[in-house]
Write a protein that binds this ligand. Structure first.
Ligand code: PGA
Length: 251
């Protein structure tokens, strides 16, 4: 499987002009990729531009709603995103959990909708700093997995991408130690094996996210291979993101 490099632009940049500049700067870097699938998840309003300027990148969204349509002011449905040409939708990012107060029940509904719309959800899970210090990391991760993946059929589970994003490592320049990332990746595989089976667990893709940049990327590609990365800050700096593409393509 190709390595996934997912750009999570969050609520940036603030103009079409800037977003076009970032996309244009990446053009020559994603012309002929054999080993990497580049996914860009910009704010919804830049998705059309992404398709025009960088058609070789896969379209991703940062969120979606859990109904197809109706009286839900301000919401964007998975069905609309599919129609827009999206392949991936990030669900349950810690910023949505913490700032927008999105809970596991809503996250579970959204994942099901993304699957129903035949896109791949990128489910973000991760512990807070306090959880880590109190030794609750695995307990928190297991709860998130259990509730977020509730009642999802085995055949669908295999399509889900899980991004391990320890909350304390996001946007802080303090990436998670590689051993912990590997231990968590194994824990996720074991948990899914227990709930479904080994084959499903093997198919589930696991990403790491949290202060990843071109300097530390290679630390995570040794040992148990991850399936890719979810990148915030570094994905808004085209030169830096291009370096990361190159490193993964060269593995
Ligand atoms: P970061 O963000 O790379 O800026 O730490 C990652 C994320 O929030 O997905």
């Amino acid at each position: 499987m190709k390595k996934l490099l997912v750009a999570n632009w969050k609520c940036n940049p603030t103009s079409q002009k800037e977003s076009k500049a970032i996309l244009s700067a990446l053009k020559k870097n994603i012309k002929q990729l054999r080993k990497v699938e580049v996914v860009i998840a910009p704010p919804f309003v830049y998705l059309a531009q992404l398709g025009k300027v960088l058609p070789k990148a896969k379209k991703g969204a940062q969120n979606c709603f859990w109904a197809d349509k109706g009286s839900y002011t301000g919401e964007i449905s998975a069905k609309m995103l599919k129609d827009m040409g999206c392949h991936y939708v990030i669900i349950g990012h810690s910023e949505r959990r913490n700032i927008l107060e999105e809970g596991d029940r809503v996250i579970n509904k959204k994942i099901k909708k993304v699957l129903e719309a035949k896109m791949r959800p990128i489910l973000c899970i991760g512990e807070e700093k306090e959880d880590k210090h109190k030794g609750r990391t695995f307990k928190v991760l297991e709860r998130q997995l259990r509730e977020d993946l509730k009642d999802i059929k085995k055949k669908d589970l295999a399509k889900i991408i899980i991004a391990y994003e320890p909350v304390w490592a996001i946007g802080q320049g303090t990436p998670c130690e590689e051993n912990q990332v590997m231990t968590v990746a194994l824990f996720i595989k074991k948990t899914i094996t227990r709930w479904a089976n080994k084959k499903t667990a093997e198919q589930i893709a696991i990403l790491y996210g949290g202060s990843v940049d071109s300097e530390n990327l290679l630390n995570y590609t040794k040992g148990l291979a991850l399936d890719g990365f979810l990148v915030g800050g570094s994905s808004l700096r085209p030169k830096e993101f291009a370096k990361m593409i190159k490193i993964l393509e060269g593995l």
